[in-house]
Design a protein around this ligand. Structure first.
Ligand SMILES: Nc1nc2c(c(=O)[nH]1)N[C@H]1C(S)=C(S)[C@@H](COP(=O)(O)O)O[C@H]1N2
Ligand SMILES: [Mo]
Length: 416
């Protein structure tokens, strides 16, 4: 074929001959679209559930998202059963999100010629559709990029991750619904067709293929499989070493009873050994019946209970179940005027830490009441290590890691 020299119209991405990959066409776009339809729906649902798991409407401490208004309509008391609920939810959310990245990129690549269609809008309806695409593509990129940064513990955001990712999700999902409603019938038709219909994605002047469409799909799937295989291991103690793409925390936890992932070390949280030794440290418990101060020895003299529970962080890593041992939160509530385990109130937990978003948290009454919810003093048969919260930490079944406050100093029982 003769190619003209100089400024041929083919040099402009706005000209129909510019996009030449023979892979583009309705079939490829529809296949990728169907994968994203399922995947992004799961991401949205697990994302909203993850937000609900913070008990965001419980006092202002857990959630800093301003003016969520009706977007918080669905919030409910997060259950404590099954005890791996948050671990599963967040593992799916983060692992699936990472796995979908190649699919998202391939989908955007498959429709990129449409970015350059002229005229930009043929009618009001077309203009509205293109505006929804701006929100769709912008929303998708925004959610994936903020998500990946958060998973990598890279807090480059202006302000907090949570409001950005939360509001971004609603904008993105609204555009996603509009897009699905407009395109699903076409996508289903495209997938059923034996011979592909011509549409604007099919190049008018295709280049020689270097790979088949199925080959291209295998390439995308291979990318997804690689991301899956190098991140899913962060959800287990024994497979963690396979999670090459996951951050490995601020400190090597080593082996032994305390040898599991650490989110923030005592040193980084500014916890001084002098404040945690048995002479200095006292747990302050406040309730309608008054205030009680307890040393670690006094806590150890109370009835001790064990529970096998994981730590599952919003950032997508979790530990296997650990054996925690300590005092039931509801027994501590009983010390300050709430004797009946069926009517225990919420609790506000404060740590020794002086600054940082995670130095305090609120737990709901159903979490306080659960017999497995502990003020843990030890783990896997040993005292807590300083990095895991010595002298005492909270551990609650099915709750996000962020509610499992370390280096606890004060518990205030009462309705929040
Ligand atoms: N005081 C305090 N408690 C805290 C945190 C913190 O930064 N400060 N981090 C929380 C978060 S986000 C998680 S995921 C868990 C991690 O517990 P671990 O480091 O023992 O694994 O602790 C929680 N408790
Ligand atoms: Mo966390």
């Amino acid at each position: 074929m003769k190619r003209s020299l100089g400024r041929s119209p083919e040099r402009s991405p706005f000209s129909p001959g510019f996009w030449r990959s023979p892979l583009r066409g309705p079939w490829l776009t529809s296949v990728l679209g169907m994968v994203l339809l399922g995947g992004i729906t799961v991401l949205f649902v697990t994302g909203l559930l993850s937000y609900a798991a913070y008990n965001p409407d419980l006092a202002p401490v857990n959630d800093k998202t301003p003016d969520k208004g009706i977007l918080g309509f669905y919030l409910f008391s997060w259950p404590t059963d099954p005890h791996w609920l948050y671990r599963l939810n967040q593992g799916v959310h983060v692992t699936l999100g990472l796995t979908l990245i190649p699919v998202l990129l391939a989908k955007l690549w498959s429709v990129v010629p449409r970015l350059f269609t002229l005229p930009p809008a043929r009618s009001v309806a077309h203009a509205l559709e293109r505006l929804s695409l701006l929100l769709l593509v912008g929303g998708a990129l925004f959610e994936f990029v903020t998500g990946v940064f958060n998973v990598q513990l890279n807090y480059v955001f202006p302000g907090s991750f949570y409001p950005l990712h939360f509001y971004g999700a609603w904008v993105f999902f609204a555009a996603f619904l509009v897009h699905t409603a407009l395109k699903l019938p076409t996508a289903l038709r495209n997938l059923r067709q034996i011979r592909e219909e011509k549409n604007d994605l099919v190049p008018v002047n295709p280049a020689e293929p270097t790979v088949s469409r199925r080959g291209a799909l295998w390439f995308v799937g291979g990318g997804s499989a690689l991301l899956f295989a190098t991140s899913v291991g962060q959800n287990s103690d024994s497979l963690r070493f396979t999670a090459l793409l996951a951050p490995h925390g601020p400190a090597d936890p080593g082996d032994g009873p305390n040898g599991f992932q650490i989110n923030k070390t005592a040193a980084r949280a500014g916890i001084r050994p002098a404040d945690t030794d048995d002479e200095a440290w006292r747990l302050v418990v406040v309730g309608r019946g008054g205030t009680v101060r307890l040393s670690r020895a006094e806590l150890l003299a109370m009835e001790q209970h064990s529970a096998a529970l994981p730590i599952a962080c919003v950032e997508g890593w979790s530990t296997s179940d650990q054996w925690w041992r300590g005092v039931r939160l509801r027994d501590l509530a009983a010390l300050v005027g709430y004797d009946d385990p069926d009517t225990v109130p919420d609790v506000f937990v404060e740590s020794l830490q002086q600054s940082g978003a995670f130095r305090r948290a609120a737990l709901r009454a159903n979490q306080v009441a659960d017999p497995r919810s502990l003020l843990a003093l030890g783990v896997n048969g040993e005292d807590l290590s300083p990095d895991h919260g010595y002298p005492a930490r909270i551990i609650v079944p099915a709750a996000p890691g962020v509610l499992n406050t370390k280096w606890v100093a004060k518990l205030t029982f009462g309705d929040l």
